[in-house]
Design a binder for this molecule. Structure first.
Ligand code: DQA
Length: 157
């Protein structure tokens, strides 16, 4: 009998994040989303066996909301969310995160605070997440998974 606990984490990518590694690599890096599990293993070592990572990407605002609502029904333990440009514009996504009560880490490939466009410093979803990781390329996702894991384990307490 296997009594080891398992966390189910959902990694969600929003619009224009279906081609990470191909899209503007000078801004977003040249690594792909497929490299996340290896990076998680590098960060978490044996503990990574306690995690199941599921991936979802959509270019549509409503589909992202549908997926997060479904995650609540499924009992997903945590979400790593890169909402892309919806980070800066979507009150609907912010409203969704405000009620579903799924611990969520917001991630970005680029450092949105250091980008040229002022608009990218506006973050509508940030109020409803447990924390934000930005600027580490694809490693932002692995750090997001690690942060979620540590959060659920009590942050070392
Ligand atoms: C992004 C930053 C957003 O401003 C942008 O719209 C994206 C990607 C990032 O991962 O750096 O699509 O979320």
């Amino acid at each position: 009998m296997n009594l080891a606990k398992q966390y189910n984490f959902l990694i969600i990518n929003g619009p224009n994040l279906g081609y990470i590694g191909v899209r503007q690599p000078e801004i977003y890096g040249d690594k792909t989303i497929n490299q996340v599990p290896d990076l998680v293993e590098r960060l978490l070592g044996k503990k990574s066996a306690e995690l199941q990572l599921h991936f979802y990407q959509s270019n549509r605002e409503g589909s992202l909301i549908d997926r997060i609502e479904r995650a609540r029904i499924e009992g997903v333990d945590g979400i790593v969310l890169n909402a892309g440009a919806y980070t800066h514009t979507s009150l609907a996504l912010a409203d969704c995160l405000a009620w579903v009560e799924i611990p969520t880490v917001e991630v970005h490939l680029s450092n949105i605070m250091a980008r040229d466009e002022n608009m990218r410093r506006i973050d509508l979803i940030g109020q409803h997440v447990i924390g934000i990781i930005a600027g580490f390329g694809i490693m932002s996702y692995a750090l997001g998974v690690q942060a979620l894991y540590e959060y659920l384990e009590g942050l070392g307490s």
